[in-house]
Design a protein around this ligand. Sequence first.
Ligand SMILES: Cc1cc2nc3c(=O)[nH]c(=O)nc-3n(C[C@H](O)[C@H](O)[C@H](O)COP(=O)(O)OP(=O)(O)OC[C@H]3O[C@@H](n4cnc5c(N)ncnc54)[C@H](O)[C@@H]3O)c2cc1C
Length: 441
Amino acid sequence: MTTVWWVRRDARLADNPALLAAQEDGPAAAVFVWNRGVHLWSGRRRAHLARVLWSLKEDIGGALGVRRGEAADAVLAIAREHDARVVVAAREGSPAGIGAQDAVASALAADGRELRLVGTPYAVAPGRVRKSDGSEYRVFTPFSHAWREHGWPSPAAHADPEAFVPVESDVDLDERAAHADAEDPLTARHEFREERVREAWEGYVDGPLARYAEERDRPDLDSTSHLSVPLAYGQIHPRTVLAATAAMPGEGPRKLEAELAWRDFHADVLFRHPRAQRESLTTVLPDDSWTTGRDADQAFMAWRDGRTGFPLVDAGMRELAATGTMHNRVRMVVASFLVKDLHLPWQRGADHFRRALLDYDHAQNQLNWQWVAGTGRDAAPFFRIFNPAAQASRYDPERRYIERWVAEVDTPAYPAPMVDHAAERAAALADHKRARAGAGG
Ligand SMILES: Cc1cc2nc3c(=O)[nH]c(=O)nc-3n(C[C@H](O)[C@H](O)[C@H](O)COP(=O)(O)OP(=O)(O)OC[C@H]3O[C@@H](n4cnc5c(N)ncnc54)[C@H](O)[C@@H]3O)c2cc1C
């Protein structure tokens, strides 16, 4: 009997429990639903998705079906076409992901069929790490200890690339992937084939990982893993990454594991507090602290376009525009600048990142913005305000990163700083003090 594999953020054959479950009783029918949400993605992200799916389709002998429409309709249609009683998929924990899986489950149930959720895109499923009384960890460090203690299974076996039945598509991936090449020329860093992603990761384990702990904060060096893009599309599972790091001694592997714990922590927070996708979890500023109207729009545009006159901020925003990614240290600096120097709400920056990032991940983006803004669970305290000049001298000491992205930095063509950092810092701290006084703290 055929089982349907509903492909979500898990376009891979390796270490994929949902796919293995779908192949248990024979060949599976694989479908990805190109829904309205995907149409709202940035062109760059859609282009990458087209390549990722194109590659998966090639890996399974052309059997993948890619269907337009909403998940509930499209998955039900495939189940009926293939006379499948069961659909298997990985479980999502974000509000949109939960909404989609609930809708698919209801549509299937109404037709006498079943959605079976197997595995998640995380080492430990959101909601699983709990204190002994069952409540959530609000602070990252104890969460990360309990997360390690909870543990995760070894990577699952590789799925059979031949055990698939062909599924009809109404989205032409060849055309979309070709169009993607024209729109957004491929860089080696944004590898989209599952096998090459794994090879790149293995190369990283044999190379820069040993230096990760010392160099990860340096945007001028290329020492981070670049895993965020394949993790966002599911071409590698964090368990596969953790199995490799566990076998290695040293600070680098431990630090990378801690970063994956942050990934699970943010997913856990969003799962438990769905409102965190738009609302601050803690109020740190009075409502009248924000810049508004035309001033706000002009400030936002200068930030977005990388012409604030603060070289590290501008380098980051230009890197984002050019590549769809940005170094983590620089993400923190540009985010702090938007919220604490320009006094714009974190949601506005997060929306821009959603449009621009290739590695966009709803939980990671929204909760990292809340971390920088001081409004999240275990966030940086609001009074920790990044000084862009000091951050630049510390983390880009020879200005190699800045000069790579802001070639005109030392010429008259480069704008003067748009604000006085010391004055804006003082204003932000005064606003924060008012909020605390208002809250009685
Ligand atoms: C304002 C802001 C927005 C962000 N938006 C996203 C986003 O949309 N998608 C995304 O994947 N990451 C996001 N991050 C986290 C982080 O910047 C990226 O994961 C990282 O820069 C990706 O590069 P890398 O894979 O080489 O990271 P590495 O340093 O090699 O880290 C390895 C992996 O650990 C995880 N990780 C690292 N740092 C963090 C972190 N701070 N929070 C959660 N997980 C982390 C990622 O999965 C990453 O791929 C954001 C950070 C900030 C400050």
